[in-house]
Design a protein around this ligand. Structure first.
Ligand code: 5AD
Ligand code: SF4
Length: 434
C-alpha cells in the first residue's frame, strides 16, 4: 500500500510555498500522494501566528485529530512553521496536544525527513533551530500552483513593526544569491510556468552584493519567454523611483503594486514603527501613478491599533479613497506576546474595533466594485489557472489581479486566454472567450 500525506497550511504565500517544499520532502521519503486526513499516514500542519485568530484556527483543527490518532496509531502528526517557532509555544503545544509526534520550526523544514526517521525510534521528536542566517534550504518544492510559481528571494525581516511577530519567528532578513534566483526562474519558465511571484517579507530591501531589488527584477524580467512577473511584499519606506522605472521598462512585470499602508494616520504609523508618514506614503503612490497610470495598488490595513482615535480611524478611511486602492486585506489589531505593541496601553474595545473594520471593508468594497464595473465591455487577457466545478467555468487572473471566469470547450489551464467581460461582481469578472 502506498503511503499518503495531508498538509494543512495557514497564513501567507510564503507558507503556501513552504508547504510545497514540505510536500517535496515527504515525496522524497516515500509518501506518494496527497489524500484527505482520514486516509493519510502523515498529517503536517504548517502554521501561522500573525494574529490570534490564525492560531485558534490551528488549535481547533489539531485538537480534532485526537480521535483519528486513536483509531490509527501509526498516523504521524507533525506541527511546524511560525507558531511552533514562537517563543514558549512548544511547551504549550506539548501539553495541549500530547498526541503530537513531531514539532519543528521555521528554520529547519529541510530537516523534516530526518525527523520522520527519528520518529520511528522515539515517541516524540521536537526540533527547533535558532536563526542561522541560512538562505538555501535544499528542499525541492513539489509545486501545486501551476501555472504560477513562487520563488523566495528574501527570508526574515528586520523592520520590527511594533505589532508584528514575524521578525521573532522568521529571524533576521537575508537575501538569496541573485544567481540562484535567476537560475530557479529560468528553469521554471523552461518547465512551462507562466507566472512567477518573487516572495519576501520586504522584497525592496533585497541585496546580494551590487544587486538590489530593482536590479534583480530587471534580470528576472529579462529571461526569455512569455510569462508574468510579480512580487510581494513591498515596504513603502524602501519603495523607490528605480523600482518604478524597472516596472515600466518590462511588459512582463505586472503593473500591480501591493504596498501595505497599515494606517492612514501619521501618529499611528509612528507608533507602529513604520518609518513613513501618511504624506510620504501618498507621495509613493503618486510616483507610481504618474509613471504607470494604468496600474493598480492594493494594501494591508489594520484598525484599532492601541490608542487609535475615531479621527485617526477616519484618516485610514480617507486614505482608501485618496490612494484609490483596488482592494485591501483588512485586519483588527491582534496583540502578539513579545512585540512592543502588546505592552502599549490604550487597547481599543472589541465592539469599537468591529464597527471600524465593518466601515473599512465597506469603503474598500466600494472601490473594488467601482473599478470592476469599469471592466464591463472590455477585452482582457487572463492566465487560466483552474476549473471551477461548481460554476462549470474556467478561471484565471487578468494582469491587475482580478479573477475572470469563462466557459471553454477545451481545457485551457496554463494558457493565456482573451475574454470579453460581460459582467462584474465584486472582484470577480465574467466574460466570453474570444
Ligand atoms: N494584528 C493585526 N494584523 C497584523 N498584521 C501583522 N501583524 C498583525 C497584528 N498583530 C497584518 C499586517 C501585515 C499583514 C501580513 O498582517 O497588515 O501587513
Ligand atoms: Fe512584520 Fe513589518 Fe516585517 Fe512586514 S515589515 S513582516 S509587518 S515587521
Amino acid at each position: 500500500m502506498n503511503m499518503k500525506y495531508h498538509i494543512v497550511t495557514y497564513g501567507c504565500q510564503m507558507n503556501l510555498h513552504e508547504s510545497e517544499k514540505i510536500a517535496g520532502i515527504l515525496r522524497s521519503v516515500g509518501y506518494e500522494e496527497e489524500a484527505p486526513p482520514e486516509e493519510a499516514d502523515i498529517i503536517v500542519f504548517n502554521t501561522c501566528c500573525i494574529r490570534e485568530h490564525a492560531e485558534n484556527h490551528a488549535f481547533g483543527n489539531i485538537g480534532a485529530l485526537k480521535k483519528l490518532k486513536k483509531e490509527k496509531p501509526w498516523l504521524i502528526i507533525a506541527v511546524g512553521g511560525c507558531m511552533a517557532q514562537e517563543p514558549g509555544k512548544v511547551q504549550f503545544l506539548k501539553q495541549k496536544f500530547p498526541f503530537l509526534d513531531i514539532i519543528f520550526g521555521t528554520h529547519n523544514i529541510f530537516e523534516l525527513a530526518a525527523l520522520i526517521e527519528r520518529k520511528r525510534r522515539e515517541k516524540r521528536v521536537i526540533s527547533l533551530y535558532e536563526d542561522r542566517g541560512e538562505t538555501e534550504d535544499g528542499a525541492r518544492p513539489f509545486r501545486t500552483s501551476y501555472p504560477n510559481a513562487w520563488v523566495n528571494i528574501t527570508y526574515g525581516c528586520n523592520n520590527f513593526c511594533t505589532y508584528c511577530i514575524v521578525p521573532y519567528v522568521r529571524g533576521r532578513e537575508r537575501s538569496r544569491s541573485a544567481e540562484a534566483i535567476v537560475e530557479e526562474c529560468r528553469a521554471l519558465i523552461r518547465e512551462g510556468y507562466k507566472e512567477i511571484t518573487l516572495l519576501g517579507q520586504n522584497v525592496n530591501s533585497y541585496r546580494d552584493g551590487e544587486v538590489d531589488f530593482p536590479a534583480l527584477l530587471d534580470r528576472v524580467a529579462s529571461i526569455e519567454g512569455k510569462f508574468r512577473l510579480r512580487f510581494m511584499t513591498s515596504h513603502p519606506k524602501d519603495f523607490s523611483a528605480r523600482l518604478v522605472a524597472v516596472m515600466k521598462k518590462h511588459d512582463k512585470i505586472l503593473n500591480l503594486l501591493h504596498l501595505p499602508a497599515q494606517s492612514g494616520s501619521s501618529r499611528i504609523l509612528a507608533l507602529m514603527n513604520r518609518r513613513y508618514t501618511r504624506e510620504e506614503y501618498l507621495q509613493k503612490i503618486a510616483l507610481f501613478r504618474r509613471e504607470i497610470p494604468e496600474g493598480e495598488v492594493t494594501t494591508d490595513l489594520i484598525v484599532a491599533f492601541p490608542t487609535e482615535t475615531d479621527e485617526e480611524f477616519e484618516e485610514t478611511l480617507s486614505l482608501v479613497r485618496e490612494a484609490d486602492f483596488s482592494s485591501a486585506f483588512t485586519f483588527i489589531y491582534s496583540p502578539r506576546t513579545g512585540t512592543a505593541a502588546a505592552k502599549m496601553e490604550g487597547r481599543i474595545p472589541e465592539a469599537v474595533a468591529k464597527a471600524r473594520i465593518a466601515r473599512l471593508i465597506e469603503a474598500v468594497n466600494e472601490n473594488t466594485r467601482r473599478k470592476s464595473e469599469g471592466y464591463v465591455g472590455r477585452e482582457i487577457e487572463v492566465l487560466c489557472e483552474d476549473y471551477d466545478e461548481k460554476r462549470g467555468l474556467y478561471l484565471g487572473r487578468e494582469p491587475l489581479g482580478r479573477m475572470g471566469y469563462f466557459a471553454s470547450e477545451n481545457n485551457c489551464i496554463g494558457e493565456f486566454v482573451r475574454i470579453r467581460v460581460t459582467q462584474a461582481n465584486g472582484v470577480s469578472l465574467y466574460g466570453e472567450k474570444l
